[in-house]
Write a protein that binds this ligand. Structure first.
Ligand code: IVH
Length: 697
């Protein structure tokens, strides 16, 4: 997409723009170019070039200039993605070419049969196939006219879809302008899938649950529901991604001939990739023999959990477009492509009983205990039922045979009961009227689906609050998981959050299972938590409706946590994503004397309560929010030096390769970490040299 030289010059342009105090009309074009480049690096390559505040500065500068000079606004300006409001209803539009579905195969024999049919139809005895992931999301169609994104639509019934262009613009990896370099294309229709990454989905559902809303069933439903939301501002919050895997139509400008690049499927995808589109190019493989295809399908299925998004199979496509055209299609699907479906990660089991668990905010969650069953290699015996509405909606009874699904890292859920399997002995699920732990009468606030125990000293709540404070995304006190917290609480060694910083270690010494080493580790982890950034402390305090993102917004708004003491609700409302509900909740929290006392005790224990402003101290926030991992032997730096560099710049060191990792820095003789990282497309793999350029650009 961008040559190395172009990337360097755009980065330098960005820095120059950031140093300006005042922007003028002549900066508009460069601002657009730099922001589009930053979007591409961030959303398509997952490897950002500017810190968040820097990006925001550039974006706001462009917005202000466009306000002053509205005739300079173009349809491809990054500001034109900004969600504007609610559509009444979507218009139905005809697809340029029908959106067909794919025929399915489930095993090696099916694939061998399909290969024979392809050979028969084509008259060839060897065919080149392209294999790529079958993304589990919602299909979309995009039309670019003279390089400009003109229309985005859902699949609908395959012939007619719904026009959802404002929502498509919220998918930041989809370019508003395609710079097809040879400029021979007049119109092009591109097909693909809108998806939600597993991590985004999990966070999103956690947020919904904490707000007393129903969680969404799986990333696929979330993606397709999001695409059809009438308010594009809501869509922009859902962080959709996209992958584009098919060119279904193109027309050429007068006198132009078909570009060489559109003669094979692989080269078509390469062309899209080179023009800044998110594509499967890094996952695509080409084979000339069906046995190799089969082997790849099995290997890929074995590694599917390591992908950051859901796949439900692979798609095998004949590579030559001329051959695709020769083979044609049936009324339902192309003959030149087939899906290889992975084993469903669903199983049936019996619902034995329902337990009611009390969370840190007092919410009482029904949890189904089912006969243990293996789903996709993991034993499942406990499945959250979220709240009473879910139980009623699914019409569940104890003794029911239920269908359970577990999608990758996503928590398992009950799809439905199978009423045809009922014997008449099933019994209704009865919700408790009193807290199963402390016996307090439960309450259900109006408009919420969750029953709550309002006794703030309820033991389950206290333990859950403590465990939340210590959790990885909050104060990250390793070793203080729920079971140790519970043990310490029950023995009276730990009663509240400040108590963590004055544990009587002699008592811990006397406990079984606590040796010198584990106590040392715990003490160190507690000590280290004192320097955690303010947003982690705010998140850890467990204020209702304050997730990680909101905690960051709040932390950025003050220089010390005590600043909140003098805030009124009105002070909160201008902050991003803060509405009256969140504002009131945070206000109430800081107004409560008990909470101020807790904070005061934490200050006395030496905890950091000040906010380091992002970007205000030179480059200190360059790596903020990014995780790094080193593998192999570095030649210029010691491992510890390199890790310290990352931490000094606000980054974190990861312990293993996972979809959460941003950068893997590879030294000599790197091993399995590198192999694993290569399978995860969101990780940037850098040499030591490249890492040093990142540190000292
Ligand atoms: S090709 C004419 N490639 O699977 C070719 N489809 O069951 C049409 N899908 O409706 C599709 N990943 O939504 C193709 N790499 C991929 C795909 C893919 C997911 C979806 C698509 C389609 C459905 C077919």
């Amino acid at each position: 997409m961008y040559s190395e030289a172009k990337e360097k010059s755009l980065y330098a342009d960005g820095i120059k723009l950031l140093q300006k105090n005042q922007f003028e009309i002549e900066d508009i074009d460069l601002l657009k170019e730099v922001i589009n480049f930053a979007d591409y690096r961030y959303y398509v390559l997952s490897n950002s070039v500017f810190a968040d505040v820097e990006y925001d500065t550039l974006f706001k500068a462009l917005q202000k200039l466009e306000e002053r000079f509205p005739n300079k606004i173009t349809a491809d300006s990054p500001t034109q993605r900004v969600a504007k409001g609610i559509s009444e209803k979507f218009q139905t539009v005809a697809h340029l070419v029908p959106m067909l579905s794919l025929d399915n195969t489930y095993n090696a024999d099916d694939l061998i049969d399909w290969d024979s049919r392809c050979k028969e139809l084509s008259g060839l005895n060897e065919i080149e196939y392209c294999v790529e992931p079958k993304y589990d999301g919602a299909s979309i169609s995009l039309i670019y006219d003279h390089n400009q994104l003109q229309r985005g639509a859902t699949r609908g019934d395959g012939i007619m879809g719904e026009e959802i262009t404002p929502n498509i613009k919220q998918i930041r990896s989809i370019p508003l302008r395609a710079n097809f370099s040879n400029n021979s294309l007049e119109q092009i229709e591109i097909r693909g899938e809108a998806i939600i990454h597993k991590e985004v989905f999990t966070q999103f559902n956690a947020q919904r649950i904490s707000e007393g809303q129903q969680p969404l069933a799986n990333p696929r439903n979330a993606a397709s529901g999001t695409l059809r939301m009438l308010d594009s501002r809501e869509v922009s919050k859902r962080r959709l991604s996209a992958v584009l895997y098919h060119v279904s139509y193109f027309s050429l400008k007068a006198g132009q001939v078909m570009p060489e690049s559109l003669k094979t499927h692989y080269d078509t995808i390469l062309l899209l990739h080179q023009n800044g589109f998110p594509t499967p190019i890094n996952e695509m493989k080409r084979f000339r023999h069906i046995d190799e295809v089969i082997q790849f399908c099995h290997d890929f299925e074995a590694g599917r959990d390591h992908l950051p998004y859901e796949v439900d199979g692979l798609v095998i496509k004949v590579n030559s477009i001329a051959l695709q055209e020769k083979m044609g299609m049936t009324a339902h699907h192309p003959r030149w492509a087939v899906a290889f479906k992975f084993k469903a990660r669903q199983a049936t089991s019996q619902l034995q009983r329902v337990e009611f668990q009390v969370g840190r905010t007092g919410s009482v969650t029904p949890v189904a205990k089912i006969n243990p069953v293996a789903i996709g290699g993991v034993m499942v015996s406990s499945v959250s039922l979220f709240n009473e509405d879910v139980v009623r909606e699914k019409d569940l009874y104890i003794g029911d045979v239920v269908l359970v699904e577990r999608a990758g890292d996503v928590i398992p859920y009950i799809v439905k009961a199978l009423p045809e399997m009922r014997t008449g002995k099933e019994i209704p699920i009865v919700f408790p009227t009193h807290c199963p732990d402390c016996g307090e009468l439960l309450e259900k606030p109006e408009g919420e689906a969750v029953w709550r125990c309002i006794n703030i000293s309820c033991p389950s709540q206290v333990v859950e609050r403590l465990a939340h404070f210590c959790s990885k995304d909050a104060m990250d006190i390793r070793g203080m998981g729920i079971s140790n917290v519970k043990k310490f609480y029950e023995l009276g060694i730990l009663n509240d959050i400040p108590g963590l910083y004055r544990i009587d270690w002699r008592r811990v010494h006397s406990l079984e299972g606590f040796g010198e080493k584990s106590i040392n580790n715990l003490q160190q982890a507690i000590e280290a938590s004192k320097t955690q950034p303010l947003h982690r402390l705010i998140y850890g305090l467990g204020i209702r409706h304050v997730g990680e993102t909101m905690a960051k917004t709040l932390a950025q708004a003050v220089s010390d946590i005590s600043d909140f003491y003098s805030w009124t609700i009105e002070n909160y409302l201008p902050l991003e994503d803060v509405g009256p509900k969140v504002g009131a909740s945070v206000f109430d929290f800081f107004a409560l004397a008990e909470n101020r006392e807790i904070i005061q005790s934490l200050v006395e224990a030496g905890l950091n309560t000040r906010c380091q402003k992002q970007g205000s101290e030179g480059t200190s926030a360059t790596f903020s929010g990014k995780t790094f991992l080193f593998t192999g032997t570095l030649s210029q730096l010691k491992r510890s030096e390199a890790e310290a560099m990352v931490e000094n710049l606000g980054g974190k060191i990861a312990t293993s390769v996972s979809s959460k990792l941003n950068y893997l820095i590879v030294g000599n003789e790197a091993g399995s970490k590198l192999e694993k990282a290569k399978k995860l497309t969101t990780i940037s793999i850098l040499s030591e040299e490249q890492f040093l350029t990142l540190v000292h650009p």
